[in-house]
Structure formats: structure tokens, C-alpha cells
Design a protein around this ligand. Sequence first.
Ligand SMILES: *Cc1c(COP(=O)(O)O)cnc(C)c1O
Length: 419
Amino acid sequence: MHDFQYRHGELHCEDVAVSRIAKEVGTPCYVYSHTTLTRHYRAFDGAFRSVPHIVAFAMKANSNLAILRLMAREGSGADIVSGGELYRALQAGIAPAKIVFAGVGKNRQEIRYALENDILMFNVESSAELRAIDEVAAELGRRARVALRINPDIDPMTHPYISTGLKKSKFGISADRALDEYKLASSLKHIEVVGVHKHIGSQLTEVTPFVDALKKVLVLVESLKAHGAHIRYINIGGGLGITYLDEVPPHPQELADAISPLVRDLKCVLIMEPGRVIVGNAGILLTSVLYTKEGESKRFIIVDAAMNDLIRPSLYGAYHEIRPVREVPHAKTVTVDVVGPVCESGDFLAKDRAMPDAKPGDLLAVMSAGAYGFVMASNYNSRPRVPEVLVKEGQIHVIRAREEFADLVRGEVIPDFLR
Ligand SMILES: *Cc1c(COP(=O)(O)O)cnc(C)c1O
């Protein structure tokens, strides 16, 4: 459920007409609903109330400071994947004691930065990384808390680019190697193994892969314990899917009902890293129609947003519903490609889409764009990145300003020999 609904034929975000946002902020822009964000966070957090847990919002899905502050106020931690994300999380006021750090390629500066800020733990993906963390922790005279990221070899039945828990994946440590990694870790003076972690992929629409993967990890936890490990945290990662078209993903409560009984008696804190399920349907990309064009075999709707603003359709062939901001009664349904101004054939927001016809000046809402939307935006074709807007109680808050041309060249230098 989300708060982008029609009232009298006009798409609203909560109580605010989306057309008003277009007028005040311009297009393209991202629009998020405070009510939806809050409700989604609380539904997820509340679902796991029967077990001690930490929700570590996967901030790679949406890392705007205002969104992170909102999450921090709700009590959320953060799942980070870079030093830059740690910087943002700290700026937003997320408690370091609820920050977990994943990723196969953490560099030494990032490791040092995280240790200096005493984050909860590193989710470690290789023995080389374990050694690097040990060395940096030694330099700082600290002990680093780590969880071993296990690759349970479970197919999440999702897009290959967002599957992360298969044998062939670059992520995690295979279950057969985990015991050896643990032995290595426990021999390192500046490492303390406190948990296990897994994250098998994104946009999962069934509970079964979560349960199967967790069961595999729990077998391993038993054997780690038998070797003297003091496992206090079990991190099941993120990946719960959302409805883009006709998917029917489980409600967080269904996930919790399947997971909680498996961990209840383990005296561990459960960590979850939801991203998309919290923010995905809480945001839209608002765009204006510039032109329409009759191609040889196709009709094109050319809009002012492009692949640099929302790359998911180009990158994953992802489906985003596109709705008219003003419903036109009895509008003719046409099959079109909705494309942007970028000079690439891969620049489209929808392909061969049956939708109500649109004309220049019309506003369109690209739905379910709150996750992996703005965060993946680039300046390709020297397009300034678009603003982000948060709607709350009838108010429009610009939480990221539209970039200006001057922003495009910031940091670029013409060397003396070219002057
Ligand atoms: C991307 C990612 C997540 C979040 O995935 P969602 O599908 O957005 O919930 C969580 N944990 C890790 C380690 C990730 O890489």
C-alpha cells in the first residue's frame, strides 16, 4: 500500500496534488510520501516484535539524508556498503551501534573510518578481507566485531543482476569454507566473530528462499558454536520484494512468522537489512511529456526524465508502471515506448507499453521509483540530477535541490598547459 492515489481524477501524494509539486519544483523530480515511508518501516519493524532484532535499513536503496533521518527517528540502523554511505548515515544521526558494513571490496580507509566510529560490525566476505580488517584494527588498537557472510547457494528466483547468494556469485563465503574462515578469524587477535550474515538477493517474492537459506546458515551456526564461537547476531539480509506490476510478495508479517520461530531460542539478536520494501513504493519519478513522435513502426512518448534519472528499465529491463497525473476519461489506450532525451537507444522508461495516450505538457508518474531510483542517477549527457521532494501533512519539502549547470563541472580543472 502507498499514498499515491487519485482524487477526482488527479494523482495525489497524500493530500498534495502531484501537479502542484510539478508547478512548484518543476520536472523531472522524485517525490516521496512521509506517511508511506513511516508505515512501511513500522510494518516491517513491528512484524519482528517477538524477537530481539535490529532493522538496518539498506541505504543503498535510497540514501537521501532526510530519508535516513526519518529512519533514524524510527529507530532504524543502517546497512552500508561504502565509506560514503557511512558518512551519510552518521550525518543523518543513525546510531553507529546499529550500523553493519557489507561489500566485497572494503578498502583500508573505509575499514579505518568504520572502526573509528565503532560501528556494530563488518559483514566479512573473504579471508583476505578478514586479514585487512585485523591489520587496521591492530593499528588502531581495537578489536573489530565481524559476521561471516555466508553464501548459502540458494536461488532467490529473481533477476540475475540482483541474485547474490548463488555459488557463482562474488558475494560471501561458501558454507563448506565457513568453518575454515572462522578458524582463521578466531586466530586473529583483533577480530571478534560475533555473528553470521547472509543476503541472497533482491526483489524476492516468496518466503521459501529466505527460510531455506536461513536453515542452511543455522546448521552452520551449530557447527561454529561446537568450535567455540560465540554467535550473538544472525543477519538474514534484505531482499523482500514489492509490487511493480502483478507480483504478490509476502507481507513482512509472513516473513516474520516464518523466520521468528527458527531463531527464537538461539539467544541471538536478529538483524534484517530491508531496502526496497521500505522505500520502493513510497516514491515516484514525476516527468513531463515533451513531444510525441510517430516512428516507422512505433509511437514514442518523449519525456523530460531519462535513463540517467532512473536506470532500472535500461539496466534490468525493470517494469515501472506509468500513470497519467490527470486521468482523462475515456482516453484512448495506445502502445508506446516512453523514452527520454538521452542519446542512447537504451534510454527508455517503458517499452511497448499499453497506456492512455499522452500529449505534450502532460504530467506522468513513474511509479515505484523510491528504491534504486535517485541513488543510481548520473550526470550522463551532462544532465543535472533532479530534485527530491518529501511530502508530509500537505507540505512539500525539497530534500535535495535540483543541480545547476555549475554543479556539472565542479571539481574539473583545465591544466595550465591548456590555458
Ligand atoms: C542490496 C542489499 C540489501 C537490500 O536489498 P533490498 O532488496 O533492497 O531489500 C541488503 N543487504 C545487502 C548486503 C545488500 O547488498
